[in-house]
Write a protein that binds this ligand. Structure first.
Ligand SMILES: Cc1cc2nc3c(=O)[nH]c(=O)nc-3n(C[C@H](O)[C@H](O)[C@H](O)COP(=O)(O)O)c2cc1C
Length: 162
């Protein structure tokens, strides 16, 4: 059995981009959560997946709404990535972000590399997370830019990790 901390540490060796998963909360307000468990599943139909922890607020909102946005952050959006990684009670409106609503009613952040409107088609509970498989119904492509990266629990902007 691999211990939780060792597993977390080993997974941090896998460099990823950073997304913000956006939903609407119970009051219809925009809610976001930084996430790097995003990946494509298949091309036809266009399916993606995210893994959402059961202790997050996002879990309840995705369970209810059955749709979410995935916003791929660009290099200049580290402040947004850090902001949405905090618990909501520790977010003090100290970061500016703009969004538009997609045709299907999902918040799409401005200034991203690309944003996806996703509709849940299946979910799988595994331990303390649920894997949501979702169909991409709309995309908004941003201006070309370098990505925000996450590696060994650190943030890297401007595409350079060395
Ligand atoms: C780089 C990074 C990636 C993360 N990826 C995920 C993820 O894929 N799934 C998840 O449930 N939490 C992930 N988290 C943790 C959430 O962002 C964090 O728990 C957040 O506070 C949840 O917000 P919420 O409770 O308002 O939904 C990640 C955190 C960081 C810093």
């Amino acid at each position: 059995m691999v211990a939780k901390d060792e597993f977390r540490h080993c997974m941090s060796e896998f460099a990823t981009g950073v997304t913000v998963v956006t939903t609407l909360d119970d009051a219809g307000q925009v809610h976001g959560m930084s996430a790097n468990s995003f990946t494509s599943v298949c091309l036809e139909p266009p399916l993606v997946l995210i893994c959402v922890g059961h202790s997050t607020n996002t879990f309840g909102f995705v369970e209810k709404n059955k749709r979410f946005g995935v916003n791929v952050l660009s290099a200049h959006q580290e402040d947004i990535g850090r902001y949405f990684a905090r618990r909501p009670e520790d977010r003090h409106d100290d970061v500016d972000y703009e969004y538009t609503m997609s045709p299907g009613g999902v918040p799409m952040l401005e200034g991203t590399l690309v944003s996806f409107e996703c509709h849940v088609v299946n979910s799988h509970v595994h331990g303390d997370h649920t894997v949501y498989v979702a169909e991409v119904k709309a995309v908004e492509q941003g201006k070309p830019n370098l990505p925000l990266l996450f590696f060994q629990s650190k943030w890297f902007a401007n595409g350079a990790i060395w």
